[in-house]
Design a protein around this ligand. Structure first.
Ligand SMILES: *[C@@H]1O[C@H](CO)[C@@H](O)[C@H](O)[C@H]1NC(C)=O
Ligand SMILES: *[C@@H]1O[C@H](CO)[C@@H](O)[C@H](O)[C@H]1NC(C)=O
Length: 172
């Protein structure tokens, strides 16, 4: 019974940020009380392995109870403030209209793992360097990351794009 409850909680936590984005969203304009906490657990975890060793990554994914997501990305927790800056004018540009996404001005190096969910085993660990795309919402008067969007086409921001975080000004 307990195992089933834990599994259900994990399924919920692990799939919650795959939900369909609301339309008419812009970065930093909506309050989101739980999104940043979840982002930190899933993408900026303090215990993130610093190697590309498959065994270590399997142990870690089991420990944080996230076996159900087949592809997961982990940023370097030492870069937390730099990651948070992607949701501000200093570090990010609005990625596309009608969404809360911002793309980083700088490239980040992070680890991408592929998980075989039925056995809860990591089978591929890649060290990726690219611009990152984050969902950014308001939390306690700050604009913070709430979602990691994969940048599968290796997009980069344009100089002419609006800076991220501009919507926060309107509110303050
Ligand atoms: C908070 O962020 C998460 C992750 O992007 C999203 O699924 C959720 O809908 C957001 N909540 C609100 C109230 O905007
Ligand atoms: C990933 O690559 C970067 C630069 O290419 C390197 O500095 C870093 O140590 C690598 N990380 C891991 C975990 O192998």
């Amino acid at each position: 019974m307990a195992a089933i409850i834990i599994l259900l909680i994990c399924l919920h936590l692990c799939t919650a940020d795959l939900g369909i984005m609301e339309i008419n969203r812009i970065p930093c304009a909506h309050d989101n009380w739980s999104g940043n906490d979840r982002f930190m657990k899933h993408h900026l975890h303090p215990d993130t392995p610093t190697t590309t060793d498959i065994e270590e990554w399997t142990k870690f994914i089991k420990k944080i109870n996230c076996c159900s997501r087949v592809m997961q990305s982990f940023l370097n927790p030492e870069q937390t403030s730099k990651v948070e800056q992607v949701c501000t004018e200093a570090g990010g540009k609005v990625f596309q209209p009608n969404n809360n996404l911002c793309i980083s001005k700088d490239k980040f190096t992070f680890i991408e793992v592929r998980v075989s969910s039925d056995e809860c085993k990591v089978f591929k660990v890649s060290n990726v360097t690219q611009n990152i795309i984050l969902g950014c919402d308001r939390f306690r008067e700050k604009c913070l990351p709430v979602h990691f969007e994969s940048n599968s086409n290796n997009k980069t921001p344009q100089k002419s794009d609006t800076n991220c975080g501009s919507a926060l000004e309107v509110w303050n």
